[in-house]
Write a protein that binds this ligand. Structure first.
Ligand SMILES: Nc1ncnc2c1ncn2[C@@H]1O[C@H](COP(=O)(O)OP(=O)(O)O)[C@@H](O)[C@H]1O
Ligand SMILES: O=C(OP(=O)(O)O)[C@H](O)COP(=O)(O)O
Length: 483
């Protein structure tokens, strides 16, 4: 390892002690009484996290409420967001439900969907609503259009949605207005109407209240399942909730929060975080936040060179943020102070130019020659990262270990993806927190075996930074019941 020491028993136990101390006594007492956690076994660990993090309580409580009421036990009083799963056929039959999903999928030049992950992820909520007799008014954005732009129409989504839902989805040519209202009024129970790209109206991104009111007037209640857009305070994600009650969370949104807030706030330990990507500046918030929670932090990607330089190593022509050298030093110090084992790669793959066909060689991290740039972590680093990961029970990964766009420098990232797949098979909770690490996992063909792969890049980053998401905050609190 180039910098910090390998994980030690004392550093892990320190971290474990820290974690134990954050669960307030009241929550621990309710667990002992067999309240929340006993009513919902899979969420036992999440209940502790809920106590430490009010945002998590929202998901834990809604997940547990159903289980506890089914067993005749009572849920503990806690902050919680209402869930679509709390709505029954009696609430939904014949009702117009405005569902905000994130169907912002990549399309090729022929308007074919090249990755339908987000479409598939939206299906459980829509399916639940149509099975319960609701009329689903489905809304999404696609891309960042400036006004009406045919290439950003949601039309290419219709065949795939219809296929996955097993019903014919109809599509409106607009988002609001008389034509849309007519289509909505003709919807039979258990049907789906897809509105046109909500960003064709500039009022959407401005969170214009009048526009939000018009969206709301189409429906009786609101479900937000657009995790990937939950960090945007837009009319269809935030504004609309002021005019539609109830406003509840969809299943995808809940699942994302359960993993990205729940499992991270109260992980099974040892808990390792792997952070990579191009620059330390874009990951400062994530690193600082994870340093409060994890036992082991593995760093890779372009950001490592700023850490090396901060330690006095020569980094050749590698990517360095000169104005972040002090920050890198302080992050290393913070890791030490928190008892977190921070590991930097011990060797790197260097290139003589930033190109897929560059000449390359593997060198120790301390021996990068002038004119050469580090574009991947080396084989020794992969081996030591892998053996460290073997000791863990929870791993979260955000950001590639190298320039994964170039095959020659994607090896380290792909090896880490394979290692996480292997660990997932052994019962380790593996969470892929959005962005390019998701692309790596998909490229290697191991997406299906991970515990959770986030559908939101920006949204997952904000959650991992400890921020609240406006699209979540705006949803109704669940009814709480005193113990
Ligand atoms: N050693 C490196 N030098 C330059 N760029 C790198 C290096 N390692 C990774 N990158 C780049 O980082 C980018 C991803 O960074 P970032 O956007 O921060 O991560 P994510 O998309 O996972 O959030 C990729 O385009 C990748 O090529
Ligand atoms: O693709 C999205 O975000 P992501 O690229 O950060 O995952 C979301 O659909 C949000 O889109 P936006 O960043 O244009 O608001």
């Amino acid at each position: 390892m180039a910098s910090a020491a390998a994980p030690t028993t004392s550093s892990l136990s320190l971290a474990a002690r820290r974690a134990a101390s954050v669960a307030p006594a009241a929550a621990a007492a309710s667990l002992r009484r067999g309240g929340l956690a006993a009513g919902c076994q899979p969420a036992r660990s999440l209940a502790f996290a809920a106590a430490a993090d009010p945002r998590l309580a929202t998901h834990v409580a809604s997940r547990c409420r159903a289980a506890s009421s089914a067993r005749g036990t009572r849920a503990v009083a806690t902050m919680a967001k209402k869930s679509v799963g709390d709505l029954t056929a009696a609430d939904l039959e014949g009702k117009r439900v405005f569902v905000r999903a994130d169907l912002n999928v990549p399309l090729d030049e022929n308007q074919n969907i090249t990755d339908d992950t987000r479409v598939r992820a939206a299906i459980p909520t829509i399916q639940y609503l149509i099975k319960n007799g609701a009329k689903v008014i489905l809304s999404s954005h696609l891309g960042r259009p400036k006004g009406v732009t045919p290439k950003f129409s949601l039309a290419p989504l219709v065949p795939r949605l219809s296929e996955l839902l097993g019903i014919e989805v109809t599509k409106a040519e607009d988002v609001i207005g008389p034509e849309v209202e007519k289509l909505v009024s003709g919807l039979p129970n258990g049907s789906v109407l897809l509105l046109e790209n909500v960003r064709f109206y500039k009022e959407e991104e401005k969170n214009d209240p009048e526009f939000a009111k018009k969206l709301a007037s189409l429906a009786d209640l609101y479900v937000n399942d657009a995790f990937g857009t939950a960090h945007r305070a837009h009319a269809s994600t935030e504004g609309v909730t002021k005019f539609l009650k109830p406003s509840v969370a969809g299943f995808l949104l809940q699942k994302e929060l359960d993993y990205l807030v729940g499992a991270v706030s109260n992980p099974q330990r040892p808990f390792a975080a792997i952070v990579g990507g191009s620059k330390v500046s874009s990951k400062i918030g994530v690193i600082e936040s994870l340093l409060e929670k994890c036992d082991i932090l593995l760093l890779g990607g372009g950001m490592i060179f700023t850490f090396y330089k901060a330690q006095g190593l020569s980094v050749g022509a590698s990517l360095v943020e000169e104005d972040k050298l002090e920050l890198a030093t302080s992050l290393l110090a913070k890791a030490k102070e928190k008892g977190v084992s921070l590991l930097l790669p011990s060797d790197v793959v260097i290139a003589d130019k930033f190109a897929p066909d560059a000449n390359s060689q593997v060198v120790p991290a301390s021996a990068i020659p002038d004119g050469w740039m580090g574009l991947d972590i080396g084989p020794d680093s992969v081996a030591s990262f892998s053996s460290t990961l073997e000791t863990t029970k929870t791993v979260i990964w955000n950001g590639p270990m190298g320039v994964l766009e170039f095959d020659k420098f994607a090896v380290g990232t792909e090896a880490i993806a394979k290692k996480l797949a292997d660990l997932s098979g052994k019962g380790v909770t593996t969470i892929i927190g959005g962005g390019d690490s998701v692309a790596a996992v998909e490229k290697v063909g191991v997406a299906d075996v991970m515990s959770h792969i986030s559908t939101g890049g920006g949204a997952s980053l904000e959650l991992l930074e400890g921020k609240e998401l406006p699209g979540v905050v705006a949803l109704d609190e669940a009814v709480t019941v005193a113990v």
